[in-house]
Design a protein around this ligand. Sequence first.
Ligand code: FES
Length: 573
Amino acid sequence: MATNKKLRSADWFGKSDKMGFVHRSWFRTQGYPDDYFVNRPVIGICNTWSELTPCNNHLRDLAEVVKRGVIEAGGFPLEFPVTSLGETVMRPTTMLFRNLASMDVEESIRANPIDGVVLLTGCDKTTPATIMGACSVDLPTIVVPGGPMLNGRFRGECIGSGTFNWLIKEKQGVENYSLQDIYEVETGVARSQGHCMTMGTASSMACMAEALGLTLPGAAAIPAVDARKKQLAQLSGRRIVEMVKEDLKISRILTREAFDNAIVINSAIGGSSNFIIHLLAIAGRIGVPLSLEDFDQVGSKVPLLLNLKPSGKYLMEDFFYAGGLPVVIREMESWLHKNALTVNGKSICANSAQSTCYNTDIIATLQQPLKTEAGMAVLKGNLCEQGAIVKPSAASPHLLKHRGRAVVFENIEDYHARIDDPDLDIDEDCVIVLKGVGPVGYPGMPEVGNVDLPMKLLQKGIKDMVRISDGRMSGTAGGTVILHVSPESSIGGTLALVQNGDMIELDVAARKLHLDVTEEELAARKARWQAPAPMASRGYVKFYIDHVQQAHLGADLDVLRGGSGSEVTRDLH
Ligand code: FES
């Protein structure tokens, strides 16, 4: 329903005085006629395109298609670039820059004559970063996910991007893969534009955006190179203009019900563990109370319906052909808040009511799920007083209850230096403990939690061990990996006090992670403990270290929680 609310952009373009002249005049260099400045919703197309982010390298083309839709609906599209985050190249980790990118998005929207926003996203962090920034401004917002790559193919087999990374060490060490073999895998696995096509973090983030109600229905699974992705972009361009007229702000979509729905859907699709940290950060921006424990309470008993790698068989292209996320949403209806509003003005369940599943081997039914419980488990105990997470469905069943001897690595350099030492005192019953990879310690909390096993154990045929760290894990990886230990070791969490030979008890069913050391001994170790030297003394990284919150709060910067709204009263003269 249209409102008579004055457009925000009219405060720039609608004035008849000197400032109106200033604001309009320089835009004339781009050839816009008079009527573009009168009562046309200005749509900011927030583009994370970058050649340094290969997963997003088609977003310039997609932006042009969004513009088509905006103009058709009577809007004025203006594309703008924001910080992009290329998962596979940025050092030390893109997660260090997620909050920086979100600041860029927030301030770019706030400072400019924008009435509504289209977020063009793709690679892992580009989706949460842009949503976080948009939340802090709270204008009408729609997400257009860039879409996954086509299925990878290698020597007659379907292979998934990301997941093969975790096999390289084994392939080289056990199957003697040559560099030429590796080149062949590289080109076979990345054979089209788009983001990783497993149910890794990028796919999970696209599904999260759809489950939250921030995309048009069916957006998440459409491959980047499928013409229907362009249709979706054009329709999103049309829709955002209507959303501005309806004053349908992102805060009306992102209710607590929408967050619950996203948690349920992430479990049902076997989504990435990174979903937790990003959803917590988004909730913190929009002001919806959400705790780490909510992910266990709302999501841990949810059945798994989607048979996608890394834990399953298929890839995102197959998911799209099977009917995509609307089929999962329809199937999970009894678990969802049915009336949660989405960007097209309809409820999430109304949008998926007519969906059809074309392959139940890819999308199972609620009556016959692939697993009965698929969500994340949140662990507590003296080793993780503020929590830690594990994905039981990606873990080895025999390790879910385990007591083992700690083999400790003080930081990532220590791990690399010693893990393949033939004299390392380690066997498959040990627990690998990696410190110094949390938000403050690395800095940026990289995806190193699923560290490779020692070569000597791989050669024995060992595929999994319990691994514990304050870092994250790639959504394309698996194993019995305890992640996001909070508080982290670098600020003096109990993880910092673990020593070689300590016994560690994991009991996922009881949600327990315990360091079997007396309180007196822990207190003595704590008294001797010295914090490692900060990893930066200036610039953004220093600012990040000083302000980043712990994993159980979403690892956002404390100064970024909440929002500033869209009003900026002072002009440039
Ligand atoms: Fe970009 Fe996987 S590297 S989505």
